[in-house]
Design a binder for this molecule. Structure first.
Ligand code: ZN
Length: 92
């Protein structure tokens, strides 16, 4: 494995950039959802084919994912997901 590999991440402005360090948060662009890199749902979806892989994005941290309008995954981040849902309801 190469040590000088660069990672494609999404910045707080929504634009892609390359980083020498991997992201800590994985995202699914189609549903604007983010979660842990080892999320069960993401892993299962990746096994089902290339479509999900094309929509897979990465963030340096959770704050960046939130900044570009992503919401937490209900499966691997249930606490964050509940808070997001409660906050969404409160705004309306
Ligand atoms: Zn998840």
């Amino acid at each position: 494995m190469s040590t000088d590999r660069l990672y494609q991440l999404i910045g707080a402005d929504g634009a892609r950039y390359t980083s020498p360090t991997p992201g800590t948060i994985g995202g699914y662009r189609k549903e604007r959802r983010y979660g842990r890199l080892d999320c069960k749902v993401a892993r299962r979806a990746l096994e089902h084919g290339a479509l999900y892989a094309q929509q897979r994005v990465f963030f340096a941290d959770e704050a960046t994912a939130i900044a570009v309008g992503y919401h937490p995954c209900a499966v691997c981040m249930p606490v964050e997901h509940a808070a997001w849902k409660a906050g969404k309801r409160g705004k309306r």
